[in-house]
Design a protein around this ligand. Sequence first.
Ligand code: NAD
Length: 379
Amino acid sequence: MRICVPKETHVGERRVSLLPASADKLIKLGAEITVEAGLGSSIKISDQEYQDVGVQIEPERTKLLSSADICVRLRKPSAEDVQILKPGCVHVSYLDPFNEKDLVKTLADAKVSAVSLEMIPRTTLAQKMDVLSSQANLAGYVAVILAAERLDKIFPMMMTPAGTISPSRVFIIGVGVAGLQAIATAKRLGARVEAFDTRPVVEEQVKSLGAKFVKIDLGEMGQTKDGYAKALTDEQMAKQQEGMAKHCALADIVITTAQLFGRKAPLIIKEDMVKQMKPGSIIVDLAAESGGNVAGTKVDEEVDVNGVRIIGLGNLPGHVAKNASEMYSANVTSFLTHFWDKDQKKFNLNREDEIIQGCLVTHEGEIVNEKLLSVYQSN
Ligand code: NAD
């Protein structure tokens, strides 16, 4: 069974979807692997390093894609690339399927079996395949490092003969995977950290990292059965904004990571809340690419609003592309290995399995994912 890996074409994307160490594991299972020439060049991995573990190098992208039984990549494919794939090819990547209805239809029409890695269920068994977690974890780290570099203050308290410097204050809104890593990173650098999330179960996790959990009574909140946040009502959102304004005003850095699975991110920090913040303070909006948590965020830009810098840079894991690639490659390899039939030496797309049911989006010409179909039908 041939696994093919094309280079990423998205401008500025430096992450690589399959590294030589992962290719080595898959080859030992009996897979044949071909990658596009220069696949690892963005993170200084040579074609020779792939060849050393038995990978074949293909300079012609069309030839590569048309020979794939399994195609692995990081970003969603272009419609043109999909047309080149063979019917029955298993395509494994991020897909953003809730927002990419046309692309999903193209994949179905091409009879490609498309796996959307962001739809893998967040279960203990599937943890090692969870690209959302591995990349969000790095994004949380990068958000703090970017903010620290731009802030004209230090994070820790310092008592010196020249005076005492009080610690910087960091406020984190949304404590999923990215938020927890942001708390841990800011604490390690010595900041005073506060955090808030609408899921009450998070309070203990925040406290265990040595940060303070901000309590705002929003009434009934909870989480979905998959552990995701529920959307707030307009009234709850207004209460949240009111409760949060003074914490934002006191903060040197605010990091927002609030997401609603499959929906636009909630707008939490309104214009007047930004205005109340101190000049020189920094906001990092990690939800910039999915709609933004902050009024005034511009995707892939840094803007100044009354002296407050709002950072809306996308692809934060791409700032640490080497580690991000290692993790993504390990996640994909775990996925392929989990469903690998060792006797037949082939990937077994087991439609009865709940992980496959969660992440398989198209198969044999149809859109087959229940969750996706229900969202498409309701739109
Ligand atoms: P996410 O990226 O979907 O959202 C980030 C955070 O934003 C969440 O904690 C969410 O509660 C919060 N949020 C949403 N609206 C908000 C608002 N108005 N104000 C403040 N915060 C708001 O989350 P994620 O990091 O992908 O994690 C989602 C869930 O999956 C969590 O329950 C997490 O523990 C769980 N998870 C489970 C596993 C596993 O068991 N394998 C792995 C990773 C994550």
